[in-house]
Ligand binder design. Sequence first.
Ligand SMILES: Cc1cc2nc3c(=O)[nH]c(=O)nc-3n(C[C@H](O)[C@H](O)[C@H](O)COP(=O)(O)O)c2cc1C
Length: 381
Amino acid sequence: MNRRQAFRRLLGFAAASPLLAQQAPSEEDVNGPVNVHEFEEIAKKKLDKLAYDFIAGGVEDELTLRANREAFQHWYLIPRVLTDVSQVDMSTELFGVRIPQPILVAPTGGKNLIAPNAETLVAKACARTQTLFCTGSGAERALEDEGEVNWWSNTVGQATREAAMSYARRMEDRGAKAITLTVDNQYQSNRDRNNRNRFDYGYMGTGLPKPGQPPPPPRNPARPAMWQPHTPNLTWDYIDWVRGATNLPVILKGILAPEDAELAVRRGASGIIVSNHGGRQLDGVIATIDALPDVADAVGGKVPVLMDGGIRRGSDILKALALGAKAVLVGRPPLWGLAAFGQAGVERVLWMLGAELKLSMALAGKPNLAAIDRKMVRRLG
Ligand SMILES: Cc1cc2nc3c(=O)[nH]c(=O)nc-3n(C[C@H](O)[C@H](O)[C@H](O)COP(=O)(O)O)c2cc1C
């Protein structure tokens, strides 16, 4: 333990005031965790239980949440040898934006539960690491001072054509590089952890009530809710609505069925994200890494396919790329970095995943993304 850590421990800062600890983490602190899982352990200690459960949790029995991770264990890599991997290039391009590694930050609402300016901190971390940032619904304002960050707006859609067109124009004016439409969020899902904690979805905007203060009047309590609509009337026409208003690419997030992937391409979607919302919407749906190959086949290279769900290691990313993803998104990992060490933690998590991917590519004999193909993975068991 260095002097600074000893001093902090003496004052009980790290335990008593996570925000203070977040503002000035030492390099040693940030470099402490050796993998994403360890960032989660630190985050869990620092976060209020309500916030940790909201972020970590899935829906109902969390079958899909677990499946997203476990399915990676069934996919095995088959490396090639004696190829020159003294240089490894992970860079790629998405809708005109060049990124140094095929890892995006997924949209996550409720970052306020971690810190009041969380969206801005993540945007800054993305700017510093040249990571494409998908903003949580309604959080685009955090980006106004972060001109250098490339971002995609995220929405559950608007109920009318006029509202969708006006949203799309607003996002284009603000500088979004694409619109991601989340298509698996028609209703608020049934999350046992939030129900048990009497979580109020209003906290996603306001943050948690401060200790000793009375909670704000309930706005959107999790528990009695079993039928809270977001935009349940949306259909494929949404793509036409947006394309009538802007030239921004429209990327559909939450596709699992190959039939939907085909339809999406036919109806003019510019990209697809294979996602089950991190196991947070319909429990029991297929793990994303298992859904990916069929979706990629159905799309047949006509538009980029991305995926998210359960990515915690560089080798997970390598498997996703091999099964047809052009890039992946990570949802919880940057939040663990943020909760553990603020902006520096987010940067470290993004760096770590990239570094692991680079090494995994090298050890698999793949000097660049074009060298990665389906032949290098097999599902066993
Ligand atoms: C706390 C939290 C909030 C989320 N909010 C949104 C959201 O507002 N819109 C959305 O499309 N997906 C949302 N997601 C899902 C993520 O975009 C992503 O699909 C998922 O987290 C990927 O799984 P992973 O966390 O295992 O990486 C959220 C996920 C978490 C953990």
